[in-house]
Design a protein around this ligand. Structure first.
Ligand code: 13P
Ligand code: SF4
Length: 303
């Protein structure tokens, strides 16, 4: 951590000077998560924080759709992205035309879009969801058939917990789609007693094999409360790295996968955008207004 100290010091000083806050997603590396983030959390918690926080500038230590969500909810603030190329395979898998295609195929069915989408897609949807409230949001829809976009696996996992007929777009997260149920069975055989904890972006057969499934913050809460002897976090690698020090009795075992988009964010890039004000995220106001309705409808149902 010592090699990061000059960056951490400079960022924290500049944050005060500029009245800026850093919203850090749970997938940030430990020096960002613990060193400079003012708030850390899952997508829902960060969206709520963007809405409530008092600051002139938000630096989004996460991926681009998260920064757009912050801008949509807080249009008066300047939102900066440390790296504009920090995208998301799910957000890239669908456009507003895709939403219209689904509406044409399932007339009258409401569209629930994952927050891992562009502002354009949120604007074309009826309501958003995150991994922590997806079942609740889908169940709250009046119609029996509900369209979920763009994550096919989240949709299938929700369908398994809901009484709705969930139809979906075939997108996937490149980090979570790589896990297989056989990986989990093999690992359990080699390391009996390991608690397996999976993100709901994993395929349903992986979630079925796991002991618990939840959003990134749900996973942290579960491990912190249960304190298993051995835990395999079936999600992005930084999750275990961020909580391992606070949980010395838990052995974090097994493979993890890195998100190449999240890993584009570094202390150097955070310092650079704070210093220069470059990489401001802007959303067309008319589109932002429509997207805000979808995001706020979700937040209202989740509070
Ligand atoms: P969470 O909402 O669970 O933090 O998920 C965000 C994400 O991108 C997971 O891959
Ligand atoms: Fe997107 Fe998957 Fe990376 Fe999350 S982990 S930002 S869903 S690619």
């Amino acid at each position: 951590f010592a090699i990061y100290a000059p960056y951490i010091k400079a960022i924290n000083a500049l944050k005060k000077e500029r009245n800026a806050v850093i919203l850090g997603h749970n997938y940030m590396t430990p020096e960002i998560y613990h060193g400079v983030s003012d708030f850390v959390g899952d997508s829902l918690q960060l969206a709520m924080k963007a809405q409530d926080v008092k600051a002139d500038i938000i630096v989004q230590a996460g991926v681009h759709f998260m920064a757009e969500t912050s801008k949509i909810l807080s249009p008066e603030k300047t939102v900066l992205m440390p790296d504009m190329k920090a995208g998301c395979s799910l957000a890239e898998s669908i456009t507003a035309e895709g939403i219209e295609e689904m509406r044409a195929k399932y007339p009258g069915a409401p569209v629930v879009s994952y927050v891992n989408t562009t502002a354009e897609v949120k604007a074309a949807s009826d309501i958003c969801c995150t991994s922590s409230n997806a079942v609740q949001i889908v169940n709250a829809m009046e119609s029996d058939t509900v369209i979920m976009t763009p994550d096919q696996y989240l949709a299938q996992n929700v369908a398994n917990e809901s009484h709705k007929n969930v139809v979906y777009w075939p997108g996937a997260c490149i980090v979570h789609e790589q896990y297989t149920a056989q990986d989990l069975r093999d690992f359990r055989e080699w390391n009996p007693g390991t608690q397996m904890i999976a993100h709901p972006e994993c395929p349903p057969e992986v979630v079925a094999e796991a002991d618990f499934s939840g959003s990134t913050s749900g996973i942290i809460k579960y491990v912190t409360e249960q304190k298993p002897k051995m835990a395999m976090l079936i999600t992005e690698c930084s999750m275990a790295a961020n909580i391992a020090d606070e949980l010395p009795g838990v052995d974090f075992v097994g493979p993890c996968n890195m998100c190449p988009y999240m890993k584009k964010i570094s202390l150097e890039k955070i310092l650079y955008v704070l210093h220069t004000g470059e990489n401001e995220v802007l959303v067309d106001p008319e589109m932002a207004e429509k997207a805000r309705q979808s995001v706020e409808a979700m937040i209202d149902l989740s509070r």
